[in-house]
Design a protein around this ligand. Structure first.
Ligand SMILES: Nc1nc2c(ncn2[C@@H]2O[C@H](COP(=O)(O)OP(=O)(O)OP(=O)(O)O)[C@@H](O)[C@H]2O)c(=O)[nH]1
Length: 681
């Protein structure tokens, strides 16, 4: 030991040199092979590298005999009968956006042989939008087999959940099928808003929580400080925190032992009547609806007749198995096991997540069920040209099969013709839906500005819930308007508290709580109108906090607000698709901003076009688009015919992406840009 300590100074100096040579890399990375392990080990013993010393890629698998890539469920030749409840652990990975859930899931899948090492990154993020945006949208389930130090094999069912607030519904229903959760926190960013929200989701469901500090390989990682934050925020003792790097493999060998030792097994009675929780469902093009279930009591087998408690509908189990990670039929699922089931269902809307399923004519006390997902924002979706309606309709049908949280109803707009009014869980959800419509189903669409639902009370006491600003009455008197609000949580470094408070005040927010989180961070709780979160709120929050503040919200009550309809008139004609609902104090400023934006975005026409904003029966803003024939050949000197033809072709192409409103052509981007512009004054 003394040897390590005395020669440690020399090693430390060598590392210093290495760090100068390659500042982006951890200093250890210049040492290879046995040198590297010796360096890391010695620094750890000398107390300098502590746990922040990363192992090389894949090193964890080499150093921990418990990790055995030949032991996947399928490869290991197991059956579900190998796993009684005592040898099952059902857990989720929860975290703030980008703290590394999907990467950690990859490592655990590799280490237990479920997938080959070094394959596709973020294996569980299967959708194209998930890959392009680097976010998880849909929770994914996978079963792993792990041999613990007690010599026994355990069946671990892991659910990777989305981090973004819009998809917190996915998180809460995934947690219902778990007894524990890995709470992952980025060791350089520390506790963020969704860390707080997800912690409480898990805490309320009484789950065992295993805190994991990730990204400990980064130079900026401060695991000690972040562990203290977890202590201050959630009363988690610092020694409970595992320190890992999902990227390099550092410390990963402690994760699965902690899952086995700290998360309780599912409790249920293997000999009781079948009681199953349906916690998720998705649509597969070839197999129809795939239901994800946890068997709470009893067992279910292929061919069994089962009943959905909520509707009384009967089904026959066509196939049942584990996700390992691809669907693997096992013929049965036993108490405590989480798996998939095909019951011949055609539409995901028939699969009421949160439902209790039991054997035909053997009813059991139903579970409390889940609160249905609630649409927070609404927007109109229209085809770019009227001829595209049927294609859009087909695309909508196929996509909503897969995403039952979108509500859809037919709508007719004076300006845009036939289309749909859709309800989404939030703005990101809306944008992801639009992207999937275009990418996966080839539909070209116009999406109108998102609005939140509001309740209008007429003088006679009649109450109407409006999802479309164009339905907001302008001619009749209104007794009151109620708008939805949210309880927002913001976590920020202390330096930005002032500017964030200013931003929330501008957005009509009421402060509810101001708490110091420790380690230089503050937690702010605000009551904010949901409508104020539209468009640019996130961008503003990021810009006033240099990108450091994080934000989460949950639905709160409706409150009375002084709202009115703002219409946009093009050449004197109100365009219903551009109408929005705004606070009376902001109507003029928002109107001005929209008119200016429209003027800048629209091409000039051969005649003058008046762009006006109207609120409360009067014009509050006006811009004029001067007459002009856009000469695309203006900059094309000389007589190169082919170049001129190319430009004219391009102009023609551009015209295809226009929508004709009255006598005026409006490019698709106008709708897109106006959609992004929030109700900021
Ligand atoms: N340096 C470092 N980077 C990491 C580590 N783990 C994840 N990352 C990186 O962090 C980014 C986000 O990782 P993801 O695994 O997609 O994060 P996520 O939490 O699943 O993200 P969402 O699903 O969108 O919430 C990726 O660029 C990863 O490569 C780590 O231990 N060290």
């Amino acid at each position: 030991m003394a040897w390590y300590r005395s020669s440690g100074g020399l090693w430390k100096a060598a590392l210093q040199v290495a760090e100068w040579a390659a500042p982006q890399e951890p200093a250890y990375s210049v040492f290879r092979g046995p040198w590297r392990s010796a360096t890391v080990q010695m620094l750890q013993r000398a107390g300098w590298a502590s746990q922040a010393a990363p192992a090389a890629q894949g090193e964890a698998a080499a150093v921990d005999p418990a990790f055995d890539p030949s032991r996947g469920f399928v490869r290991g030749g197991y059956t579900v009968a190998h796993f009684p409840p005592a040898r099952i652990r059902n857990f989720s990975i929860i975290a703030h956006v980008d703290h590394g859930k999907s990467t950690l899931a990859d490592r655990l899948l590799e280490a237990t042989g479920a997938i080959a090492a070094g394959g596709q990154a973020q294996y569980l993020d299967k959708l194209q939008v998930e890959r392009e945006r680097g976010i998880t949208v849909k929770a994914q389930t996978v079963s792993l087999v792990y041999r613990h130090s007690d010599g026994a094999d355990y069946l671990l069912n892991l659910i990777d959940t989305p981090g973004h607030v819009d998809f917190s519904y996915e998180v809460s229903r995934s947690l219902a099928a778990c007894q524990g959760a890995l709470l992952l926190v980025d060791a350089s960013q520390g506790v963020q808003a969704q860390t707080v929200a997800n912690f409480f989701l898990a805490f309320e469901q009484d789950l065992a929580i295993v805190p994991v500090l990730n990204k400990c390989d980064m130079h900026s990682a401060e695991p000690g400080r972040v562990a203290q934050q977890l202590k201050d925020a959630f009363d988690i003792e610092p020694p409970e925190c595992l320190r890992v790097s999902a990227k390099t493999g550092l410390g990963l060998c402690a994760v699965l032992p902690a899952v086995v030792e700290r998360i309780p097994p599912p409790v249920g009675s293997p000999d009781g009547d079948l009681r199953m929780l349906l916690f998720d469902a998705y649509h597969d093009e070839y197999r129809g609806v795939v239901c994800l279930v946890e068997v709470l009591d009893g067992r279910v087998q292929k061919g069994d007749r089962i009943t959905a408690a909520s509707s009384g509908t009967n089904y026959e189990v066509g196939e049942v198995g584990l996700l390992a990670p691809e669907p693997y039929p096992t013929g049965e699922l036993l108490t405590g096991q989480v798996g998939y089931m095909l019951v011949g269902m055609k539409d995901t809307r028939s699969a009421r997540v949160g439902d209790t399923w039991h054997h035909y004519r053997k009813p059991v006390p139903p579970l409390p069920g889940f609160k249905p997902a609630k649409s927070m924002v609404f927007a109109g979706i229209f085809p770019l040209s009227a001829a595209g309606f049927e294609q859009l309709q087909a695309a909508m049908e196929r996509l909503t099969l897969n995403d039952a949280s979108v509500t859809v109803r037919r709508e007719n707009s004076n300006a845009l013709g036939a289309g749909f009014r859709c309800g989404f869980l939030g703005l990101l959800h809306m944008d992801v839906f639009r992207q999937r419509l275009e990418q996966e189903h080839g539909a070209s669409v116009i999406v109108t500005a998102p609005t939140v639902p509001c309740r209008v009370v007429l003088p006679g006491g009649e109450e109407r819930e409006l999802q479309n600003p164009a339905e907001f009455p302008t001619s009749t008197k209104i007794a009151a308007v109620w708008e939805p609000t949210v309880a927002a949580t913001i976590v920020t470094p202390n330096d930005y508290v002032g500017s964030i408070m200013q931003l929330c005040q501008d957005r009509r927010g009421d402060m509810q709580e101001h708490a110091v989180l420790g380690a230089g961070r503050t937690l702010l709780k605000y009551h904010l109108p949901l409508a104020e979160l539209g468009g640019d709120f996130y961008d503003e929050l990021k810009s006033v906090s240099s990108g450091y503040a994080s934000f989460d919200y949950e639905e709160a009550e409706y409150r009375v607000a002084d709202l009115q309809r703002l219409d946009i008139l093009i050449n004197g004609e109100a365009v219903d698709a551009l109408a929005r609902i705004v606070h009376r104090d902001k109507a003029q400023a928002v109107g001005r901003r929209l008119c200016t934006k429209l003027r800048d975005l629209m091409d000039r026409q051969q005649f003058e076009v008046a762009l006006q904003a109207q609120a409360g029966g009067r014009i509050v803003a006006r811009e004029t688009l001067k007459a002009f024939r856009k000469n695309v050949l203006a900059k094309c000197y000389g007589g190169d015919v082919s170049r001129k033809r190319k430009l004219l072709e391009k102009q023609k192409e551009g015209k295809k992406r226009m929508r004709r409103l009255g006598s005026v052509d409006v490019p698709q981007e106008v709708f897109h840009e106006l959609m992004k512009a929030g109700n900021k004054s």
